[in-house]
Ligand binder design. Structure first.
Ligand code: SAH
Length: 255
């Protein structure tokens, strides 16, 4: 099973230690930390005793993209729904799916920084966004407690998870975050070439596409096909422009 907890820019070492302890309690062992404000394995194991099996294997990444490059299913976590429409889910609803995806690929569950949570750009990297139910007006949990509740749901779901179904022969396995980013870049380029965005904001259009496609669980083969759709639109418009003697977009003297 491949399931990593990812902390994005945590501010306080005591919270990293709290996360490590929660993971040990609930049986998780892969922790990736992106650009922490402070990090000291010795102090972490001083606070969270008998967690060397987790702390020794902590991976550090310089950026969220680097941390998620090999991930095939990314779940963000947020205290409150933002204005943008996203695939918001409750932990209990998502726990079984997370375990199922972790059997066939690399799952990452991303937690934001203590003072401002995850940015919109970080949430764009997530297939779904998990929101732990709370009292209205007190939605923001302590980082380590949020990790504890999510891992607890995973522990409970683990004892009842059904065996995974066989996948089709052609399936190449789920698309990685890096493959998906390439696909979105190609689609955005294709849409820009046919002037789809006009009065629309590319960022908002792409966010809706990410939300829709994030729900589907694309495999690598499907992601490549959609990437080709983007590239072929680009290539077709370039050929068409050239046939009419109109210079392509990349050339100087653009129309
Ligand atoms: N002030 C921030 C809260 C940050 S709390 C904000 O309003 O977004 C630090 C992190 O803990 C969050 O980024 C999220 O990963 C997690 N977290 C806190 N409360 C949560 C909740 N109710 N549901 C899911 N995750 C939560």
């Amino acid at each position: 099973m491949s399931l990593a907890i990812v902390l994005h820019e945590p501010r306080m070492l005591v919270n990293i230690a709290g996360v490590v302890r929660a993971m040990a309690n609930m049986g998780l062992s892969h922790l990736t930390i992106v650009d922490p404000a402070e990090f000291d394995p010795w102090r972490i194991t001083g606070i969270a005793h008998r967690t060397d099996h987790i702390v020794d294997r902590i991976t550090q990444a310089a950026s969220l993209d680097e941390a998620l490059a090999g991930a095939t299913y990314v779940v963000g976590t947020s205290a409150r729904p933002r204005t943008a429409q996203r695939n918001y889910r409750r932990p209990r609803e998502l726990a079984t799916r997370i375990l199922e995806r972790a059997r066939n690929g690399n799952v990452a569950i991303v937690f934001g920084r203590e003072d401002r949570g995850l940015s919109n750009e970080a949430l764009d990297r997530c297939h779904e966004v998990l929101v732990i139910p709370t009292q209205p007006g007190h939605s923001s949990l302590n980082l380590a407690q949020a990790v504890l509740l999510v891992s607890y749901e995973l522990l409970l779901a683990g004892s009842t998870a059904p065996d995974s179904l066989p996948s089709g022969k052609r399936s190449l396995g789920p698309a990685t975050a890096a493959e998906l980013e390439e696909m979105y870049a190609a689609l955005e380029e294709g849409l820009a070439r046919i002037e789809f965005f006009k009065a629309r904001k590319p960022e908002s259009v792409m966010r809706v596409l990410r939300t829709v496609l994030g729900r589907t669980g694309l495999d690598a083969h499907e992601a490549r096909l959609l990437r080709s759709v983007g590239y072929e639109v680009r290539n077709w418009t370039d050929r068409h422009r050239n046939q009419r003697g109109v210079p392509g977009e990349s050339e100087p003297g653009d129309d």
